[in-house]
Design a binder for this molecule. Structure first.
Ligand code: AMP
Ligand code: MG
Length: 486
C-alpha cells in the first residue's frame, strides 16, 4: 500500500449505466517496465513527485492491478471515418480507469493499449511502443504550446510482441483529460434510434461539463454552440502551429475541444497547404488546409446526432429545429476566422487591428508555400527579422518578393515586437524526426532521449540547448512515413 491507493475516485461517467459501456478489467502488460513519465501531468493530478517509485504505481499503469476506487470500463461510440458512416466503434484498446478528484477539478484516466474490449473489432487491443511514445510526447508538447489537448501521464512497456507491418513491442500510455467523450458517443445513440439514451448522455454531459448550457432556453442548442466555438478555437491553434491531426474522424473529435487520439499526426516542416501527414489518407481528406472545413463538417454530423432531442413532431417543428442547430454550428465560421486572424497577428507581431492584416498574413503564407519554407522556422526567424533578416531570407527562394513583403510588414509591425513574437512562435515542435530519434533509442532500451525531449518540448518558446532540436529536419526525415497503423 502507498499514498496512491488513497486517491478519491468520483467516476461520474460510470453513473450513466451499462448502455454506455462495458466494465472489464485491463489485460496487463507482462513483466512491465517504466518507459517515461511526465512530471507536469503528475503535478496536474496532484500526485507526489516520487509517485512512480511507489509500489502500486507500475502495476496500475501497466494494467496489472488497479488502484482501489478505479472502475475500468470501455465505452461505446460510433462515427464517420473519412467522411463515411463507419457504424459502431468504441474503446477498442482504451480502457477508462476512473475519474479522480484533483486540485484543479476532476480528471479521467485512461490506459491505451491495455488489451481487448468488446469494441476491439479486428484489432488486438494493443498499442506499440513507437506510437505510444509519439502520443506521449505530443500530448505534453501541445499542452506546453498552450493547445487544448488530452494529457499523458506515463508510458509503461513490455517485451510482449505486437504485429504491425513489422514485429514491435507493446506499451501502454496513461492518458488524462476532464472527459474523453467524443462526437461519436452522441452519433452512436442517434444512429441506433435511442433518443432516451441520447437524452441521458446529453443531460449528463451538460450537468458535468457544460453546466452553463442548462440555464439556456434550449440547452441542446447551447451545447452545440459551445462545442462549435471550442472546436473553432482548437483548429485555429492547430493551423497557427502547422499541426496536422491526420485522422479527423468524428470519433476522434473531443466534445471539450481537445486534441484527441494522436496517431499519424505531424508538424509541417516545409510549408505546403496540401500537406497530408497520414500515409493512409491517400485522397488527402485531412490535408492541413482542409482541417478547418473538416471540423465544420464534423460539427454538422454532431448537429445531426442532436436533432432527435429537438422538437420534431411536425414538419414545421423539425425544420425550425434544424435551422437552430445549423445556426449554432454556423458560429464556428466567424469564431474560427477571428481566432485565426488573432493568432496570425500575434505571430506577425501586429498590435491593434488593421483592415489589411489578413492580406499581410496571407501573403506571407503564400511566399512560404512558394518556397516550401519551413513552417516553424519561418515564423521564428521572422520574429528576429527587424534586426537580422538574413536567416529568414535564407529560407526563401524568391528573396525579392520576400523583401517587398518585409517592407510592408515593417511599416505595420510594432517596432518592439520581437519579444512578443518569440513568445508566440515556438522554436521547438515535435517534428517527426525528433520523435523518431527517441523511438529508435527506446527500441534499443534507452529511454533517456524521451525524457530529454519531454523537457525541451516543455519549453517550446525557449531556444533549446541543443540547436538540433529547433533546426531544419535532416535529409533522412523526408523518408519517414506515419500511417493509421499504431
Ligand atoms: P483510430 O483510427 O485509432 O481512431 O481507431 C478507430 C477505432 O479502432 C477505435 O474504436 C479504436 O479503439 C479502434 N482500434 C484502433 N486500433 C486498435 C487496436 N490495435 N486494437 C483494438 N482496437 C483498435
Ligand atoms: Mg480514435
Amino acid at each position: 500500500m502507498d499514498s496512491l491507493t488513497g486517491l478519491a475516485w468520483t467516476n461520474r461517467f460510470a453513473d450513466l449505466g451499462p448502455d454506455f459501456f462495458t466494465e472489464l478489467p485491463a489485460e496487463g502488460l507482462p513483466d512491465p517496465h517504466w518507459v517515461a513519465q511526465s512530471p507536469d501531468c503528475a503535478q496536474l493530478l496532484g500526485l507526489p513527485a516520487d509517485w512512480t517509485l511507489q509500489p502500486t504505481a507500475l502495476p496500475a499503469m501497466s494494467g496489472n492491478a488497479p488502484w482501489p476506487g478505479m472502475r475500468p470500463l470501455a465505452s461505446v461510440y460510433s462515427g464517420h471515418q473519412f467522411g463515411v458512416w463507419a457504424g459502431q466503434l468504441g474503446d477498442g484498446r482504451a480502457l477508462w480507469l476512473g475519474e479522480v478528484d484533483t486540485p484543479t477539478g476532476p480528471q479521467e484516466l485512461q490506459l491505451k493499449g491495455a488489451g481487448l474490449t468488446p469494441y476491439s473489432r479486428r484489432g488486438d487491443g494493443r498499442a506499440v511502443l513507437r506510437s505510444s511514445i509519439r502520443e506521449f510526447l505530443c500530448s505534453e508538447a501541445m499542452a506546453a504550446l498552450g493547445v487544448p489537448t488530452t494529457r499523458a501521464l506515463c508510458i509503461t512497456g513490455s517485451r510482449l510482441p505486437v504485429i504491425r507491418e513489422t514485429v514491435e513491442t507493446a506499451a501502454v500510455v496513461t492518458r488524462v483529460a476532464p472527459s474523453f467523450i467524443r462526437f461519436g458517443h452522441f452519433e452512436h445513440f442517434a444512429h441506433h434510434d435511442r433518443p432516451d439514451a441520447l437524452r441521458r448522455l446529453v443531460n449528463w454531459f451538460i450537468a458535468h461539463h457544460a453546466p452553463e448550457c442548462a440555464d439556456e432556453p434550449e440547452p441542446v442548442v447551447a451545447l452545440l454552440r459551445k462545442v462549435s466555438l471550442q472546436t473553432a478555437d482548437l483548429i485555429a491553434h492547430w493551423q497557427a502551429i502547422g499541426f496536422c491531426h491526420g485522422v479527423m474522424n468524428t470519433d476522434n473529435m473531443s466534445m471539450l475541444g481537445l486534441t484527441l487520439d494522436y496517431g499519424p499526426f505531424g508538424f509541417m516542416d516545409g510549408f505546403d497547404p496540401s500537406h497530408v501527414c497520414n500515409h493512409s489518407d491517400d485522397r488527402g481528406r485531412y490535408a492541413y488546409a482542409r482541417q478547418p472545413a473538416v471540423a465544420f463538417w464534423n460539427l454538422h454530423a454532431l448537429a445531426q446526432a442532436l436533432l432527435p432531442l429537438m422538437p420534431i413532431a411536425t414538419e414545421k417543428d423539425a425544420e425550425a429545429s434544424g435551422e437552430r442547430l445549423l445556426e449554432a454550428v454556423e458560429a464556428y465560421r466567424e469564431r474560427f476566422a477571428g481566432q485565426m486572424l488573432a493568432r496570425l497577428r500575434a505571430k506577425l507581431g501586429l498590435v491593434g487591428e488593421d483592415a489589411d492584416d489578413q492580406a499581410l498574413a496571407d501573403d506571407f503564407l503564400k511566399l512560404m508555400a512558394a518556397s516550401r519554407a519551413d513552417f516553424t522556422q519561418s515564423f521564428r526567424r521572422l520574429s528576429r527579422a527587424q534586426s537580422s533578416p538574413e536567416p529568414l531570407r535564407d529560407l526563401f527562394v524568391d528573396r525579392e518578393a520576400l523583401d517587398a513583403w518585409l517592407l510592408r510588414w515593417r511599416a505595420r509591425a510594432a517596432p518592439d515586437a520581437q519579444a512578443r513574437m518569440l513568445a508566440a512562435n515556438p522554436a521547438v515542435v515535435l517534428r517527426n524526426h525528433l520523435a523518431e530519434g527517441a523511438i529508435r533509442a527506446a527500441q534499443r532500451g534507452d529511454f533517456t532521449e524521451i525524457a530529454r525531449l519531454l523537457k525541451v518540448l516543455g519549453r517550446p518558446f525557449d531556444e533549446p540547448e541543443q540547436a538540433g532540436d529547433a533546426a531544419l529536419p535532416p535529409d533522412w526525415a523526408s523518408s519517414l512515413e506515419v500511417s493509421c497503423s499504431s
